[in-house]
Design a protein. Structure first.
Ligand code: ADP
Ligand code: ASP
Ligand code: MG
Length: 403
């Protein structure tokens, strides 16, 4: 088999763990498989580099951030290759560029445009183990880019698709996908399977166990994706097509996203085209918009509230300020102490009362709901950040997910 194995930050968190990863890769290779390994930076390393940059600037140039952040993954890739060579394997490390990962120029959250796997295919033909530095690529104008936080998952899935791997294994510090973050709710239950769509919702709504774009791509390329732990041989969770899943629970999981901010625009000129102008400009600045609520206009003015990832707040403020300056918006306010809790399940498509149950669970704990949004397979609520964990546990109970 041709297998892609991705090891996250905790799995390569210190030298002993890198040795442990080397042993696992070695066993996979000795069992007769071809292996491409994708590694993250050692845990905490990327945050440390971000903090270094923030020492000098609150808004550092994005291209410089990519130069800086991509270094963490190179450290682990080369160390793992050295460890594998020492064990008698022929292993080589590759940067994103060498692995042929070409992206657009949206620095710090670049999108993969294409993968040219020539170098990887040649090395594989020579029987080598390839260790790719995750999270990074090269833009069409030759600059190093990174793929957004948690982006090594995306590197792994994209590579698996490009070299037509039989399997893509994501090794992390928990044994699979649970009904919610087991660090928040110890009663969370491990799922043996979950559909791409549900996993995509959970990941997009804050379950950082898989980066959302990696799930999106896995679905598109039909990659066989398994999440499991690097600390034992316990079986993980298969992420697969909905039709492959036998049992379809009403609710599959609960997600919590604490990295959200709410922007309130007051006294917005009530004329055709204004929403388009504001949100197009935000989109051009790379700001990801989530929930939007617009109130009924009054005296030619309206209020618009929306949520974004906290990391996009600086960029969003610049855009909002420009509209305030032009007089199209009277006043602005920002709230970073919010979070979003979400209930996800394909079973919602055919059942009623799922949202009502979520609202009752919040009411029971006396938690006020600020914003609500729903789709075919999810219900999301924005609440005060300090109630996030409590909300997750009460929803987990309300839908009896431990059973
Ligand atoms: P890695 O460094 O290996 O990429 P991450 O920290 O990005 O690992 O993701 C693993 C973490 O995701 C777990 O430690 C867990 O706390 C968290 N997590 C959140 N939601 C879930 C979930 N539904 N199932 C499993 N883990 C989850
Ligand atoms: N090291 C990067 C991060 O912490 C990428 C990754 O680990 O997937 O976001
Ligand atoms: Mg991760």
């Amino acid at each position: 088999m041709l297998i892609v194995q991705k090891f996250g930050g905790t799995s390569v968190g210190d030298l002993e763990r890198i040795q442990n990863v080397a042993s696992r890769v070695s066993e996979t290779k000795k069992a007769g498989n071809d292996v491409v390994v994708v590694v993250s930076a050692m845990s905490g390393e990327t945050n440390k580099l971000v903090a270094y940059a923030e020492h000098f600037s609150s808004n550092p140039a994005r291209a410089e951030m990519d130069m800086l952040l991509s270094s963490g993954e190179r450290v682990t890739a080369s160390l793992l290759a050295i460890a594998l060579n020492e064990m008698g394997h022929e292993a080589i490390s590759m940067t994103g560029r060498k692995a042929g990962i070409v992206t657009d120029s949206l620095h710090t959250k670049a999108r993969i445009e294409e993968i040219n796997p020539t170098a990887m295919n040649e090395a594989l033909k020579e029987g080598k183990i390839i260790v790719v530095a995750g999270f990074q690529g090269v833009s069409t104008n030759g600059n190093v880019t990174t793929l957004g936080r948690g982006g090594s998952d995306l590197s792994a899935v994209a590579i698996a698709g490009a070299i037509k791997a039989d399997l893509c294994e994501i090794y992390t510090d928990v044994s699979g996908i649970f009904t919610t973050d087991p660090r928040i709710e110890p009663k969370a239950r491990k799922l043996t399977q979950i559909s791409y769509d549900e996993m995509l919702e959970l990941a997009s709504l804050g379950a950082k166990v898989l980066q959302n774009r990696s799930v999106e791509l896995a679905k598109k390329l039909n990659v066989n994706l398994v999440t499991r732990t690097s600390f034992s041989n316990e079986e993980g969770t298969l992420i697969t097509k909905e039709e492959n899943i036998m049992e379809k629970p009403l609710v599959s999981g609960i997600a919590l996203d604490k990295g959200q901010a709410r922007i309130s625009l007051m006294g917005v000129a009530d004329r055709p085209g204004i929403a388009s102008e504001i949100f197009n400009k935000l989109a051009k600045s790379g700001v990801n918009i989530d929930m939007i609520v617009q109130n009924k206009a009054h005296n030619g003015e309206t209020n618009i509230d929306f949520t974004i990832p906290s990391g996009d707040l600086n960029d969003a403020k610049l855009v909002v300020h420009s509209f305030v300056k032009d007089g199209d918006i009277k006043d602005e306010s920002y709230n970073e102490t919010i979070c979003k809790v979400s209930v996800v399940g394909v079973g919602m498509k055919s059942h009623t009362g799922v949202a009502a149950k979520a609202f009752s669970a919040m009411a029971k704990e006396n938690i006020n709901i600020n914003m609500i949004s729903t789709s075919e397979i999810k219900v999301s609520m924005v609440i005060d950040e300090k109630y996030g964990e409590l909300a997750v546990r009460s929803l987990h109970d309300a839908y009896e997910l431990e059973k």
